[in-house]
Design a protein around this ligand. Structure first.
Ligand code: CS2
Length: 494
């Protein structure tokens, strides 16, 4: 079938080719139970797929209302296709296509913030979940506290019923529910923050307390913030991905999402207002997520970031390209080796198998996960991915050379000039600070490393730890001297 001008939508579902899975339930009977903040590709390829399985299992009152905080793009792409979209699961052996029906509607918070607060305050909504990325929480990454000076926090405190930030929406909606005598929803963070539930609880209660002490207390006492570990690699969708999906579907989908076969969701089982039968959909419900979160952040995300910075500097476009270079595959394995000794896992966890599976996932040639995409927002990612493990190793007097090279790779990257002298498009909330520090220090490791380590919000007291300073400065010196490829080769051959 040729895609032509047909568009994916309710009316065309039965025209999809046989091999394409579609909602196995009557979508017209589904009512919303979840508002999700941050309607990006990750949510659509991860939680929404699991909820789609729950709906197929009969949980008809758990459909999703998706909210984009800023951009109308996702809503504009999905609304004309009845919020149906395709998940393309890519492996070396081929691609599977599945149309997801769990997303019932979408809103753009910027256009009408009050309308989103209203929807979140609807008693039918029992879970508010979030994927707003690390920087969406308006917190200080190093401490996990609300950043009271953050412009969005300042804005939201002055415009309580028309907020901008994720914490602002949650507090406004909870305040509304409290005023109406309704029970609160569960706040389910699905971002890669350390102790994500506890961190978001702290941020939200701190925000609420700035508004009113009573409200802060009520939230602290009544709202559940289960921690979660979420895992699925979801690269940004490209134009050629859209074309490939159109060919497979025989019709156009304005915004399909691309992902890998692997998916994992570990959730702390603390929900104040009920939840769908997540276990039946493959979710691991546990009483303590922390070990799993740390395992994922320090093994997967840490080695991902190391590959992203050092791979980008070496001229590699994607993680799979980077992994083709045996020195970089070894680098990823070595980051994991260094981090593994800082983890204490429940008995029965096979860390060696987990590490081996990560290396395989990174090497998936069918996924085009750009190093540049992962390199984004390093200031928000470094503490939980790399710095925590470094601190734990230093406490045990263990060497930190591999992690130090990863941090040095980040430093070299945020100077915004690559090894060929071309500009790097650095995306980070602290980009202006990096530029100023890099300009002042020049390309001199002994000046640049301490300058960046002095960024309190990222490094805290660890920035002045002499062993860390020395290791990172030496690694940065090597990057300036022989380039990233050589520094990685030397490290893994040592
Ligand atoms: C990546 C993550 O972009 C990044 O920083 O490391 O998005 C990673 O792909 C996911 O956490 C995998 O679950």
């Amino acid at each position: 079938m040729r895609p032509g001008s047909t568009r994916l939508g309710r009316a065309n579902l039965d025209r999809l080719p046989d091999g394409v899975r579609r909602p196995a339930y009557d979508r017209s009977r589904i009512t919303p139970g979840i508002v999700h903040l941050g309607l990006g590709a990750f949510h659509r390829a991860h939680q929404a797929v699991i909820i789609d399985d729950c709906l197929a299992g009969g949980a008809t009152s758990w459909g999703i209302i998706g909210a984009s905080l800023r951009s109308p793009d996702t809503r504009d792409a999905l609304a004309p296709q009845d919020h149906l979209y395709t998940v393309a699961t890519r492996a070396a052996e081929g691609t599977e296509h599945r149309v997801i029906g769990a997303l019932l509607d979408s809103v753009v918070a910027r256009e009408n913030p009050a309308a989103l607060v209203e929807r979140m305050a609807d008693p039918a909504i029992r879970i508010v979940s979030l994927t707003v990325t690390e920087k969406g929480y308006c917190h200080t990454p190093q401490t996990g506290d609300l950043d009271e000076q953050h412009p969005d926090v300042v804005h939201d405190l002055n415009n309580f019923d028309a907020p901008r930030s994720a914490p602002g929406f949650i507090v406004a909606a909870l305040a509304r529910r409290r005023a109406q005598g309704l029970s609160p929803f569960t706040v389910l963070c699905c971002d890669n923050l350390a102790a994500n539930g506890h961190t978001v609880q702290r941020i939200v209660t701190q925000f609420a307390a700035l508004r009113s002490k009573d409200l802060g207390k009520w939230i602290a006492e009544n709202v559940a913030f289960p921690s979660t570990m979420v895992d699925r690699i979801v690269p940004e969708t490209t134009g050629s991905d859209r074309d490939a999906v159109a060919n497979a579907l025989g019709m156009r989908d304005a915004w399909p999402v691309m992902t890998e076969p692997f998916t994992q969701w570990v959730v702390e089982d603390r929900f104040t207002a009920g939840r769908p039968d997540l276990a039946a959909a493959g979710v691991e419900l546990v009483s303590d997520v922390k070990p799993f979160e740390l395992m994922k952040l320090r093994l997967l995300n840490a080695s991902h970031s190391a590959l992203a910075y050092l791979g980008y500097l070496s001229g590699y476009e994607t993680i799979a390209d980077t992994m083709q270079d045996p020195h970089f595959a070894r680098l990823a394995a070595q980051v994991m080796e260094e981090a593994a000794v800082t983890l204490t896992m429940p008995s029965g966890t096979d860390l060696a198998a987990y590490r081996a599976s990560l290396l395989k996932r990174f090497a998936n040639p069918a996924l085009h996960h750009r190093t540049w995409q992962i390199a984004m927002d390093g200031s928000q990612k470094l503490p939980q991915r790399l710095l925590g493990a470094m601190q734990d190793r230093l406490r045990k007097d263990l060497p930190i050379a591999t992690h130090a090279l990863a941090v040095a790779g980040w430093m070299r990257y945020v100077t915004a000039t690559d090894e060929q002298g071309r500009a790097i498009d650095v995306r980070d909330p602290l980009v202006a600070e990096f530029a100023a520090l890099a300009r002042e220090a020049g390309p001199v490791a002994e000046r640049l490393a301490p300058a960046l380590l002095g960024i309190e919000k990222v490094f805290g007291p660890l920035g002045s730890e002499p062993r860390l300073r020395e290791a990172v400065t030496t690694a940065l010196g090597q990057l300036y001297q022989g380039g990233a490829r050589q520094a990685v080769a030397a490290l893994v051959s040592a």
